[in-house]
Design a protein around this ligand. Structure first.
Ligand SMILES: Cc1cc2nc3c(=O)[nH]c(=O)nc-3n(C[C@H](O)[C@H](O)[C@H](O)COP(=O)(O)OP(=O)(O)OC[C@H]3O[C@@H](n4cnc5c(N)ncnc54)[C@H](O)[C@@H]3O)c2cc1C
Length: 476
């Protein structure tokens, strides 16, 4: 079912509810398994304890975390990635245009699996402050450690995170129980929950069939594993794209602040990479994203500087209310305001764009299978939470599987998997609702909404307990 809702000032929002029909599941089964004796399948197929479908950031982190866990050291683990082998990361080359703001919990995961030093030795940018403000009202919020000691986030290239994971996975002495196969696209699945057997069958594009006790879907937002689990999803197509680029700053500086301004078309963020370079994530309409990609470099630079510095028309009601609030709480907004560094060039070929949407699976597990990362949940990048939620799933799932193995239970035992689901839902849902709410709140110039969000932002910035709560939730 697909419903198109037109909300005042919000533009069209497409809500899509999907459920795989039994007939589709049947047709997949029919294609590969008609007249197949499943016991013969297992005896002829290669068997693993755990198969992870998808070697993106979250799937590779899970493979390393499982292999590093002592209780699971006798388990045979296979990571299947449809793409060719990862090309590696070279610190001498230009920064990649895909970067992530990583929170404290993700850094803890990397430390626990021995990947953090590897990244730090190459290039990680420590962010000491974040400033977020509204183009329609100038309401602003700053996040920082009181003494500028702790990071509010770290900016890491996605390729460097992958490189750190694949470097570990390639070390056979370090992790003999895990194997990686590239160019290994999963074409079809027959999950144990459907067959009643104790194992799932994984059918690859090259015709090979594998079996496993536990199937993990880390195969991204269009997850085949999720579809085969017959799980409902709630999804919203934002009809926006995230334009990314690496840009050169006009003047070298400390560059330890992450900046984000909410424009009427969506948020634009400038994330520090080095003293002279920053990374852009600009969420905007599909037509505008195309323009930003196609325009000459000088025009892009001009448009980006305008996005951060241009004065937008402000509603008198909002201006008056903000002035009243500022005088009541004794705050001079001009003293508090900082401005981002100006940009003077965009690095050649660094511009690209990605579709933006929201997705949440109604369940993350079934007997013999579990979902992690974008396969289970996808959020707008405005709060830099997507992959952090995926890394949080990794930590929760490994704990639960170690508990199951320690107790002598089957890895696919739903009683254990459900604990993973409960713990992850408790962490993910409030953040996902918050991020989706922010996207909705900032997608309009409707005066009452601008007024409400501006007063809310300014008050949150003023009252430390509320702000600290946000920081704790989002920054780990
Ligand atoms: C513009 C932008 C900026 C972002 N910034 C941030 C940020 O600052 N902080 C943050 O936390 N998050 C951020 N995110 C979100 C983050 O990028 C995602 O949450 C994260 O990449 C999801 O990782 P994943 O491994 O779950 O899925 P994916 O990256 O989608 O990986 C899935 C993998 O599975 C493989 N695969 C798929 N199907 C199959 C199959 N059938 N067989 C075998 N393999 C298969 C794919 O090839 C892929 O490698 C951002 C997202 C965007 C778009």
């Amino acid at each position: 079912m697909s419903v198109l809702i037109k909300a005042s000032g919000l533009g069209p929002v497409r809500l899509v509810f999907k459920q795989l029909s039994a007939s589709r599941a049947l047709s997949l089964s029919t294609k590969y398994y008609a007249e197949t004796d499943t016991s013969k399948q297992k005896s002829s197929a290669e068997h693993f304890d755990i198969i992870i479908g998808g070697g993106g950031l979250v799937g590779t982190a899970l493979a390393v975390a499982l292999a590093k866990n002592k209780v699971l050291s006798d388990k045979r683990i296979l990571l299947l990635e449809g793409a060719p082998p990862f090309r590696g990361f070279n610190v001498e080359t230009q920064y990649g245009n895909r970067v992530s703001a990583i929170n404290g919990n993700s850094v803890e995961l990397f430390k626990s699996i021995g990947a953090w030093d590897y990244m730090q030795e190459r290039r990680v940018k420590h962010v000491k402050q974040m400033q977020v403000w509204d183009a329609c009202s100038d309401a602003l919020i700053k996040f920082q450690d009181e003494h500028f000691a702790a990071d509010v986030a770290c900016i890491v290239e996605n390729d460097l995170m992958l490189d750190a994971m694949y470097a570990q996975l390639a070390d056979k002495n370090n992790m003999p129980n895990v194997e990686v196969r590239n160019n290994a696209r999963i074409e079809a699945l027959r999950l144990s929950v459907d067959t009643g057997d104790n194992y799932s069958q994984v059918h690859l594009k090259d015709g090979k069939t594998l079996t496993c006790e536990l199937m993990i879907g880390a195969d991204g937002a269009n997850s085949l594993v999720r579809k085969q689990m017959n799980i409902d999803v709630f999804s919203v197509d934002y009809e926006r794209r995230g334009v990314v680029a690496t840009v050169q700053l006009e003047d070298a500086c400390d560059n330890a602040v992450a900046w984000q301004r909410f424009l009427p078309t969506g948020p634009v963020a400038l994330l520090p990479l080095s003293e002279t370079l920053s990374s852009v994530v600009w969420s905007t309409t599909i037509a505008h994203a195309k323009e930003l990609l196609d325009m000459p470099a000088t025009d892009f630079t001009k448009a980006l500087n305008e996005a951060f510095f241009k004065e937008y028309p402000k509603d008198g009601v909002v201006v008056n209310a903000m002035n009243t609030l500022n005088s009541l709480i004794g705050r001079d907004p001009n003293i508090l305001r900082q401005y981002p560094p100006a940009v003077n060039d965009v690095i050649d070929k660094s511009r690209a764009s990605f579709p933006l949407g929201f997705l949440h699976a109604s369940s993350y597990v079934c007997s013999g299978a579990a979902l992690i990362g974008d396969a289970a949940h996808r959020v707008h990048p405005l709060a830099g939470q997507g992959v952090n939620l995926g890394f949080s799933d990794v930590r929760e799932l490994v704990k639960v599987l170690a508990d199951a193995a320690y107790a002598g239970a089957r890895l696919g035992d739903k009683h254990y998997l459900i604990k993973y689901e409960q713990r992850s839902l408790a962490k993910n849902v409030p953040i996902m609702v918050g991020v989706h709410g922010l996207h909705t709140l900032y997608s309009t110039t409707f005066t009452p909404v601008v007024l409400l969000r501006s007063l809310g932002l300014q008050l949150t910035d003023t009252f430390s307990p509320i702000k600290n709560l946000f920081m704790k939730r989002a920054m780990g």
